[in-house]
Design a protein around this ligand. Structure first.
Ligand SMILES: Cc1cc2nc3c(=O)[nH]c(=O)nc-3n(C[C@H](O)[C@H](O)[C@H](O)COP(=O)(O)OP(=O)(O)OC[C@H]3O[C@@H](n4cnc5c(N)ncnc54)[C@H](O)[C@@H]3O)c2cc1C
Length: 418
């Protein structure tokens, strides 16, 4: 159509006669998702896929490749290459998600906008935050983020995982690998102990007289009996776990001198993996939806207690009984996606059901697992029933458990990223 003066004036008059909300109602509802990990990528993908174009979905994620923390311990153990755990966002873009590689640096909940480091401001009708974790400043005496090269955390996967692996490979014969384990609650409760197992496996192959010391502020940990059985069976005499009862929580480090002091006793170490106490990723705090550490949410849809249009998924949320895991984040994301789509388009919303399984590899073909199902109650996500591997299981059972975890990894990465 050629635009003559008459049609132009007519269109302008029609637009002027619409109130602002009507103009907005004519456009698509907008969902902004911050964080392209287990929670955020899944939520973005499901909302775009299931709304079939009726909702405008934008995902904000600074990295172009997401390295999964899940299986990053297997990379340390030599069972995976770094590229096996790296995934791009092309599948999400092809599935209709507008993927923006940038940092979200602010949320204005009154104006309903998210500001980005690059200068853009994005409006939203619903905002989903899944930023993972950050570390509590001052949690381990002597350590801060400026020391993460000398003493890596490797609790966000990618360059930190590669650094820890390089340090492990460079350990002198008979050297000492120390770990400072975190207090509860933290990302992946079995994660530090699977890591100990994978480091022990690597050392048994390459540096069998080396030792592992773990300083732990907790008196017990996830799948403890299974890990301790595995360490005794596969890595006898290599792992010295010092729990809270023996001063494991009274720890400081010196990244320059490469020393760890546990309950007053200083040890010179070759590698020191410091995993500090954790809290929600900073953008959740900037959005004003945390209790200082984590973001309390409503179990039925993962909306925050602070703001019904802001949802928090995964590690950053305080939701009740689920462990902070990739499986949990993915499960919560699907509940949230269904609820957000329902709120914006009137589609059917199903009752919230959640599940989780955390597999850990102790040694080749020696896999163990713990898991549960959950439901939404008025107070929290509440555990319904659970299961856990048993000590003394046969090699066949353990191998089957490990094979399950391989299947799960392929499944979840496809479910998140398309
Ligand atoms: C060693 C280890 C082993 C693990 N093993 C398992 C396992 O076997 N099974 C399992 O289920 N879970 C496992 N986990 C836990 C799992 O990795 C996390 O629970 C899961 O990734 C949480 O998902 P999330 O979406 O909350 O955060 P993440 O997956 O960490 O995603 C957060 C994303 O947000 C982005 N982001 C942060 N801030 C901003 C911002 N301001 N703007 C834009 N983007 C931002 C980050 O770049 C990141 O990509 C393991 C974790 C570790 C450390």
């Amino acid at each position: 159509m050629t635009l003559n003066r008459r049609t132009f004036l007519g269109a302008a008059a029609a637009a002027a006669s619409l109130s602002a909300p009507m103009v907005r109602a004519m456009g698509k509802p907008r969902v902004v998702v911050v964080g392209g990990g287990a929670g955020g990528a899944t939520a973005a993908r499901y909302i775009a896929k299931d709304s079939k174009g009726a909702i405008d979905v934008t995902l904000i994620e600074p990295t172009r490749k997401y390295y999964t923390c899940f299986f990053s311990n297997l990379y340390l153990g030599g069972f995976k290459n770094i590229e096996d755990i790296g995934h791009t966002y092309g599948g999400l873009a092809a599935g209709g998600v507008n993927v923006v590689h940038d940092w979200a640096v602010g949320v204005d909940r009154d104006a309903k906008t998210v500001s980005l480091a690059g200068g853009a401001t994005l409006p939203y009708d619903k905002l989903i935050l899944s930023p993972g974790i950050d570390f509590v400043e001052g949690a381990v005496e002597g350590w801060d983020l400026s020391a993460q090269n000398a003493m890596p955390h490797a609790y966000k996967a990618g360059s930190q995982s590669e650094l820890l692996k390089a340090q492990l490979m460079a350990m002198p014969e008979g050297g000492v690998f120390a770990m400072v384990a975190p207090p509860n609650p933290f990302r992946c409760p079995p994660g530090p102990y699977e890591r100990v197992s994978m480091v022990a496996h690597f050392l048994k192959q390459n540096n069998p007289t080396a030792k592992i010391i773990v300083a732990d502020p907790k008196p017990k940990f996830s799948k403890m009996a299974l890990f301790q059985e595995g360490w005794a069976n596969h890595y006898e005499g290599m792992v010295d776990w010092i729990g809270d009862d023996f001063g494991g929580g009274n720890v400081s480090v010196d990244p320059n001198a490469m020393t760890v002091t546990i309950d007053g006793e200083e040890t010179k170490v070759d590698v020191c993996n410091v995993i500090p106490a954790m809290k929600a990723g900073r953008i959740a705090e900037l959005a004003g939806v945390t209790d200082g550490n984590w973001a309390p949410v409503n179990a039925a849809d993962m909306s925050t207690k602070a703001d019904g249009d802001v949802y928090v998924l995964g590690d950053a949320s305080a939701q009740g009984d689920m462990p902070k895991s990739g499986f949990s984040a993915n499960s919560q994301a699907k509940v949230c996606a269904n609820a957000v789509r329902g709120a914006l388009t009137g589609s059917k919303v199903f009752p919230a059901k959640f599940s989780n399984t955390c597999w850990s590899l102790i040694a080749p073909d020696d896999g163990v697992k713990v898991g549960a199902t959950y439901e939404a109650t008025a107070d929290k996500i509440a555990k319904v029933d659970g299961f856990i591997s048993q000590t003394g299981e046969t090699a066949d059972v353990r191998k089957t458990t490990y094979m399950e975890s391989e299947g799960w990894y392929s499944g979840i990465t496809a479910d998140m990223l398309g």
